[in-house]
Design a binder for this molecule. Sequence first.
Ligand code: SF4
Ligand code: SF4
Length: 252
Amino acid sequence: MGEEPRVFNPLDGAVEEELSVLTKQPGLPKDVHEARLPTESVIALDVAAYVADFNARVIGAYEKGIGSQELPADVGVARSLIPAGTAALRDFSYLSAEIPEFIADTCVGCMTCVTECPDAAILGKAIPASRLEREPEFDGTHWARTRKYFDVPARRGLEGALFGIFIDPTKCKGCAECVEVCAELGYDALRMVRKDDGTLERYRRAFNFFRKVGPTPAEYINEKSLADMMLAEESALLYLGGAGSCMGCWLT
Ligand code: SF4
Ligand code: SF4
């Protein structure tokens, strides 16, 4: 029997050449590549300008009936690339029917809900009590006095910090994973509630306060703990929103 004819693949040559470059030979040291995260926020997105451009260029072209003929393909989408940071523009406010409600009395500040959320939609913060009390928007009912952030720092001579959990209504898709994990741990400090007319406004106000009140001071963050690192939003690229996928409504 003759040899199987080889299927022509125009990439064969390129692949072989690339492989020889990328294969580490025995005994050679490992390549080391330095990667640095910026220390300051990298997202300086002008949402108003983005929306204005989209409305004029994209919506405008479809309104004139020339969208599919004349609009150029988006550079990222045409290559199946999702540019970094685009989740910041995803808004679930009107897509999910429910949102978690925080019950400060039973929260212990474990941060498990924060690390479990697939969308970085639920965030925690520990702020010294006197700093919070100076803020006119401070609502004592939303902040917990926990052993971890209040009693333990106080024993070290620091002022006790109050701990709050806040939900970003634009990023929360209502999947209830945070509620389930908190219940599994036996704390029951979150429950799902249905959104009504005032819900979004209330959550937006609370989340604005979360942003305004500033970061958790470094002395309350244990750098060896992943959970605590989620408190340090100013120093990491953590909070742009995450999966961005809808939880699904089961309608077909
Ligand atoms: S999982 Fe529950 S107890 Fe832990 S921080 Fe979140 S709300 Fe608080
Ligand atoms: S309901 Fe889901 S998306 Fe919303 S905060 Fe909880 S885990 Fe995150």
